[in-house]
Ligand binder design. Structure first.
Ligand SMILES: *Cc1c(COP(=O)(O)O)cnc(C)c1O
Length: 402
């Protein structure tokens, strides 16, 4: 890997590198443990074309958060039953274009009206999912206000009205209330609540649900202090819950969605030292495209400065203060105190302050880990019209593809 990075560092001043083997290992780890469960990949976490090819070729479907993600998934060869379009505030145009090629998850009562109306015009009945904002969270048995989905009570109150609609049929439910959970017991508690909710809704509808989408939640380690989730135990407990409900959901597909679990650890971000200077006793290392190329380290600095109470609610912009490691390829381990900053004309472009770091010179590379999910896609690359970092893909034959 070191040689690969050195070589690419000669060609590019900043780049992402996604390692296909790590993605494949994560896929296998989920599929081998969660037997009988279907997975959807949250495309918004990393829509790189070769990343999508890798994931979709393993039979994983698409959790699309926009019309464009639906269209990309379709172009990649996924059939309608493998593309789920879930997002708040879908436009009429996006519904019209997605209606024949994906399963639309309605996010509000008015959106159900809209789909019904579009169905009527097209003289079809549209099978839809509904996103529910449930009366529970990962840790409590109360609901909370949300811009996502239809409140559970509101859905139940309107069930007869919804059943009377001629051009839609509710065939599945979707809930997603939290990302990046590392406590197995919280996920299990959540899944139990999800099956109880699904049973209640199925009874109210009076016919069998075709799918239950459990959403995401499964976290990955970011900080070196994070304890990885025991996937094998989580899967075992989840399959036990499913087994308890097997008579009620005989033909129902169970989905788990995930973005970061498949790709989060597969990516690194590499940035080259452009300059080094000392100012009033402080040493500044000026790197290529930090805030604008990989925003998470700079955001880390900002969020922890301003938000003391619940910084974790800033997912996926912010996960935790040390959500990445900083590394170099230097063999010499003598260190100095430095500030690592970027080359933008703003003072907030800072990724580390007063840290002890191996002594860097111009053209050395700094490597940042955990850059596979919500990294390139959420970084403001247009800012100051810099040359953008490239996104490289390392396949299992150790070839670099652009
Ligand atoms: C973003 C998103 C996910 C993916 O979350 P991860 O933490 O990356 O697994 C899943 N479901 C929905 C509805 C999302 O918006």
């Amino acid at each position: 890997m070191e040689k690969i990075l050195q070589e690419q560092g000669k060609k590019y001043d900043s780049f992402y590198l996604y390692d296909q083997q790590i993605i494949l290992d994560s896929i296998n780890n989920l599929k081998n443990n969660f037997r009988g469960i279907d997975f959807l990949y949250s495309v918004k976490s990393n829509p790189h074309s070769l990343v999508l090819d890798t994931i979709f070729s393993k039979g994983i479907g698409s959790d699309s958060a926009s019309l464009n993600e639906v269209l990309i998934s379709k172009e990649k060869g996924l059939s309608k039953e493998k593309i789920y379009f879930s997002a708040p505030g879908k436009s009429r145009k996006s519904i019209e274009k997605a209606i024949d090629i994906s399963v639309i998850i309605a996010d509000s009562l008015s959106e159900i009206e809209l789909i019904d109306e579009i169905g009527k015009k097209k003289k079809i009945s549209v099978n839809i999912g509904v996103r529910i904002n449930p009366n529970f969270s990962f840790t409590q048995d109360i609901g909370s206000p949300s811009k996502f989905g239809i409140d559970e009570d509101n859905f139940v109150e309107n069930i007869n009205l919804l059943k009377s609609k001629k051009n839609i049929k509710i065939t599945g439910i979707h809930v997603h209330v939290k990302s990046q959970e590392l406590k197995c017991e919280n996920l299990i508690r959540y899944y139990k609540n999800m099956f109880a909710l699904s049973e209640k809704i199925q009874n109210l509808l009076g016919y069998d649900l075709e799918f239950i989408n459990l959403g995401s939640g499964i976290g990955i380690t970011y900080s070196l202090n994070d304890v990885p989730i025991d996937i094998s135990n989580l899967a075992k407990e989840t399959l036990k819950i499913i087994d308890k409900y097997k008579d009620r959901f005989k033909k129902t597909k169970i989905f788990i969605e995930t973005g970061r679990y498949l790709v989060g650890k597969s990516g690194i971000y590499v940035s080259k030292v452009l300059d080094k200077k000392v100012s009033h006793g402080k040493t500044y290392i000026i790197l290529t495209n930090t805030l604008n190329g990989f925003i998470k380290p700079s955001i880390s600095k900002m969020v922890t400065k301003y938000e003391k109470d619940n910084p974790a609610s800033y997912e996926p912009l912010f996960t935790c203060e040390d959500s990445f490691e900083l590394k170099t390829l230097k063999k010499d381990i003598s260190k100095e105190k430095v500030n690592l900053v970027g080359n933008l004309c703003t003072a907030i472009d800072v990724i580390a302050q007063d840290i002890d770091f191996p002594i860097l010179e111009k053209d050395d590379l700094v490597i940042m880990t955990n850059a596979g999910a919500y990294s390139a896609v959420i970084s403001p690359m247009q800012f100051s019209s810099q040359e953008k970092p490239v996104e490289l893909f390392l396949n299992t034959k150790k070839e670099i593809l652009l």
